[in-house]
Design a protein around this ligand. Structure first.
Ligand code: ATP
Ligand code: LTN
Length: 336
């Protein structure tokens, strides 16, 4: 008899806010591609998380479709991976409520993303922003994920997810799989091109990030203008020379060269030549993705089909977890 080996499950999410950046690609999307053969993968476009910041409905809709098309263009196969919109599976909001009742205010107020985002949106520090990590925990736990590919900025959120799951399991038995993080070896935190001590973020101004869909001349211009220093030598010293270190990490992540090899090759050639090499490498990586993006985003019927099938397959898994959770908690449906 043929024995089927159960693959381990991966879950990750990306917010449909703005344009996906090179940071999202190196920190997350590229790993999604590497992992798709070995694991059973579920990738969510987390539109409910995006609502923690005020959104324009038309722009949100466009960003949702753009994100889905970028996932597919980057090489994710919708047959092998479940790709879907978070808001289409009601169980996310349902489990988030349950987990809210197992999470402490003190835990949430320590979250650095909450502190950063509250400073950025001081006029709208809403409860959703505060409990954002609980919804993220619900995302992951609903699918019983073993591994979560994310950038370094999400480490703290994953730890909270593990804590909440452990707390729930300690009371009710083995309900949730406790997930591990999966981080890129290089490029887990791609930094802003203008303020290289802050992470590159798609909700910051244009010149601080490379968008995955930026045209080659835009990429060249942004890299040329990237903040470095006055030393004019290429050496890896992230504490004292974060701008150069960031460009070196980007080149290393995309080309496969080590930081030492990059320092040896570009050490004394000057920043001009080094920056050209970084821009060339980014353009060569993104160009094929951009070509596929143009084809895929024009094919609305295909996008609709991926969206519908993703919703159905995701719902089936989420439903099974929710039945288990409901039974443990003592809430309906019961058999009378
Ligand atoms: P926003 O600026 O809207 O908060 P973001 O750019 O941080 O968004 P997310 O959708 O929140 O992007 O993140 C999607 C994934 O990309 C996460 O796994 C996150 O860790 C990763 N990621 C985001 N920014 C970077 C970065 N600068 N370097 C590496 N990984 C990143
Ligand atoms: N919080 C993440 C996005 C996100 C996510 C998830 C990532 C929401 N749900 C589940 C991994 C797993 C962010 O802000 N980057």
């Amino acid at each position: 008899m043929e024995t089927q080996i159960q693959k381990k499950r991966i879950f990750s999410g990306i917010q449909p806010t703005g344009k996906l950046t090179l940071g999202n690609y190196i920190g997350a999307l590229r790993n999604f591609n590497i992992l798709q053969d070995e694991y059973d993968c579920v990738y969510s476009i987390v539109d409910l998380h995006a609502l923690t910041v005020r959104q324009n409905p038309t722009e949100l809709r466009q960003a949702c479709l753009r994100t889905m098309a970028t996932f597919l263009a980057s090489g994710l196969d919708p047959e092998k991976n479940i790709i879907y919109f978070q808001s289409q599976v009601a169980a996310h909001a349902e489990l988030a409520w349950v987990l809210n009742c197992f999470t402490y205010m003190g835990e949430m107020s320590r979250m650095t993303q909450f502190k950063d985002k509250s400073a950025k949106h001081a006029d709208n520090i809403n409860c959703g922003l505060f409990t954002y990590p609980v919804l993220m925990a619900a995302d992951i736990l609903l699918y019983q994920a073993d591994l979560v590919p994310i950038g370094a900025d999400q480490k703290q959120h994953l730890e909270i997810c593990r804590d909440i799951a452990g707390r729930f399991n300690a009371i009710y038995g083995d309900v949730f799989t406790i997930p591990d993080g999966y981080f890129p070896k290089v490029g887990a935190r791609v930094m802003s091109l203008q303020e290289p001590t802050r992470k590159m973020s798609k909700s910051d101004p244009e010149e601080t990030y490379i968008a995955m869909l930026d045209e080659p001349d835009v990429i060249r211009r942004k890299i040329r203008r990237a903040v470095t220093d006055s030393e004019n030598s290429v050496a890896y010293d992230p504490d004292n020379r974060p701008g150069v270190a960031n460009l070196m990490s980007i080149l290393s992540a995309l080309s496969g060269q080590t930081l030492d090899q990059i320092a040896a090759e570009y050490g004394d050639l000057g920043y001009g030549k080094f920056k050209d090499a970084v821009a060339d490498c980014i353009i060569a990586t993104l160009e094929p993705i951009q070509k596929r993006y143009a084809e895929i985003s024009a094919d609305k019927a295909y996008l609709q089909q991926v969206m519908d099938s993703g919703r159905e397959r995701a719902s089936a898994i989420a439903h099974r977890t929710m039945l288990k959770v409901r039974k443990k908690l003592g809430i309906a449906p019961w058999k009378l």
